[in-house]
Design a protein around this ligand. Structure first.
Ligand code: ADP
Ligand code: MG
Ligand code: MG
Length: 369
C-alpha cells in the first residue's frame, strides 16, 4: 500500500475483492470524496482493479441514506442495461459488497468506505476541450434520465434537504439581506434588487411540480463533466458516475445546471462581465445531446421547460452566492475579497443574457425535439 491513510488497509480488507489487494493509489480528480484505485493480483498473474472511496462525511451527513440511494439506483440501472443488451459492468457503477454482506464499511475510526468495480478502458474529462465533450456528457445525462424514467423517484432519500427548493433558497436570501450581519447590503443594492425583480422565477418550477405538471424524477445533481466516463476506444459517453447527490427532483434542474456552468463563455468568477454570456452554440450542443439521450422519455412540459431550468438554476446559484457574501462567506470558499459577489454577478449576467436569448433557446429546443 503506497498511501498511508488511516483506516485504508482495514477498509481494503473488508470487501469481497477478487485476488489479493497489493497496491492502492490516490485516483482521479474528484474533490469531494477520497478516491483510490486498488489493484489485486489474481492466481493467473493478471490484475483486477477496484475503486475504493472514503466518503466525505462533512458534506454527506447521512451516509446510510446516501448509500441506500446509490444501491437502489445502481441495482435498477444494472437490470435495465442487461434488458437492453448493454454491458452492465461498464455502463453503470457496480457496488462490491463487504465480506459481511453490506454495501459499505465503517472502519474503527468511524470512516465510511465503499468499493465500486473499476470501469476499465475509460476516462473522464476535467474541462471541456471541444464541443463534442459537452455533447457526450449531455448524451450520458440524457440516457441516465431515460434509463431511470420509471424508477420510483419518491422512494429516494432527500439526502440534502431542499437542495433545489428555489423558493426556500429565495426566502433564505431575503433573510440574509435583512440580517445584513456584515453590513454589506448597502454596497450591493443593485444585485439585491435584481433578485427581488426576478422572484417569479424562484417558484415557477416548484409550482409546476406541486400541480403535477412536471413529474418527480431521479436527478443526479452534480452533472459535472468529470462525472461522465468516456470510452477510450470510441470517445463516446459510457456512463454517469458519482451518484452521491442522487435525489428526487426535476429533470430540467439537472439540465439547467449543466447549461449554467457548461454553456457560459467565462469562468464562474470572471470579474469582466463583458466576457460573460450564455453561448447558444453550446446550449444547442447540450440540448441536442440531452434530448437524444432521453430517447423521448421527457414529457412535453419538461421539454418546454428546459430553458426555464437553465434560467432558474442560474438565478438560484447567483442568489446563493450573494446570500453567502451577505452572510460573511461561510459556505463557499473564497480566495479573494468579494469573491462571492463576483460569482453572484456572473450568474446574474447570465440570467439577463438568457432572458434576451429566450426565443432562440425555445427555437433550439423545438428543433431538437
Ligand atoms: P468525487 O465525489 O470526489 O468527485 P467521484 O466518485 O466522482 O468522486 O470519483 C472521482 C474520480 O474517480 C472520477 O472523476 C473518475 O475519474 C474516477 N472514478 C470514480 N469511479 C470510478 C469507477 N467505477 N471506475 C473508474 N474510475 C472511476
Ligand atoms: Mg466526481
Ligand atoms: Mg461527488
Amino acid at each position: 500500500f503506497e498511501s498511508r491513510v488511516p483506516g485504508i488497509e482495514e477498509a481494503a480488507g473488508a470487501f469481497l475483492l477478487e485476488g489479493d489487494p497489493f497496491i492502492c493509489r490516490p485516483y482521479g480528480s474528484g474533490h469531494i470524496n477520497t478516491t483510490f484505485r486498488v489493484s489485486c493480483r489474481l492466481g493467473d498473474g493478471s490484475h483486477r482493479h477496484y475503486i475504493l472511496q472514503q466518503m466525505n462525511k462533512n458534506v454527506f451527513t447521512k451516509p446510510d441514506q446516501l448509500m441506500e440511494n446509490v444501491v437502489g439506483v445502481t441495482t435498477f440501472l444494472r437490470k435495465k442495461i442487461i434488458e437492453q443488451g448493454g454491458d452492465p459492468d461498464r455502463e453503470t457503477l457496480n457496488i462490491i459488497k463487504t465480506k459481511a454482506g453490506k454495501n459499505y464499511f465503517v472502519d474503527s475510526l468511524d470512516g465510511y468506505w465503499r468499493v465500486y468495480q473499476f470501469i476499465e478502458d475509460a476516462f473522464s474529462y476535467d474541462l471541456v476541450e471541444k464541443p463534442d465533450d459537452f455533447y457526450q456528457s449531455a448524451l450520458a445525462f440524457g440516457n441516465f434520465q431515460h434509463l431511470l424514467a420509471d424508477y420510483p423517484a419518491a422512494t429516494l432519500h432527500e439526502t440534502i434537504e431542499g437542495f433545489h427548493d428555489t423558493a426556500a433558497r429565495f426566502e433564505a436570501f431575503k433573510k440574509a439581506a435583512a440580517a445584513d450581519v456584515m453590513g454589506r447590503a448597502a454596497g450591493v443594492q443593485e444585485e439585491i434588487r435584481f433578485v427581488m425583480e426576478n422572484e417569479i422565477y424562484t417558484h415557477v418550477l416548484g409550482d409546476l411540480l406541486a400541480k403535477k405538471e412536471l413529474p418527480l424524477r431521479v436527478t443526479h445533481n452534480d452533472t459535472k463533466l468529470n462525472n461522465v466516463m468516456i470510452d477510450k476506444a470510441t470517445g463516446k459517453g459510457l456512463c454517469v458516475i458519482d451518484l452521491d447527490t442522487v435525489m428526487p427532483g426535476l429533470s430540467v434542474n439537472d439540465f439547467g445546471d449543466s447549461i449554467r456552468f457548461g454553456a457560459s463563455t467565462a469562468l464562474e468568477d470572471e470579474q469582466d462581465l463583458s466576457k460573460v454570456s450564455c453561448s447558444m452554440e453550446l446550449f444547442e450542443v447540450y440540448t441536442k445531446g440531452f434530448m437524444e439521450g432521453c430517447h423521448g422519455s421527457l414529457t412535453e412540459k419538461e421539454t418546454e421547460m428546459l430553458p426555464m431550468g437553465a434560467l432558474v438554476m442560474t438565478l438560484e446559484c447567483g442568489m446563493r452566492f450573494l446570500a453567502d457574501y451577505l452572510s460573511g462567506d461561510t459556505y463557499f470558499k473564497i480566495h479573494r475579497e468579494k469573491h462571492n459577489l463576483d460569482r453572484a454577478r456572473t450568474q446574474f449576467k447570465l440570467v439577463s443574457d438568457m432572458k434576451e436569448k429566450w426565443e432562440t433557446m425555445k427555437e433550439i429546443v423545438a428543433k431538437c425535439r
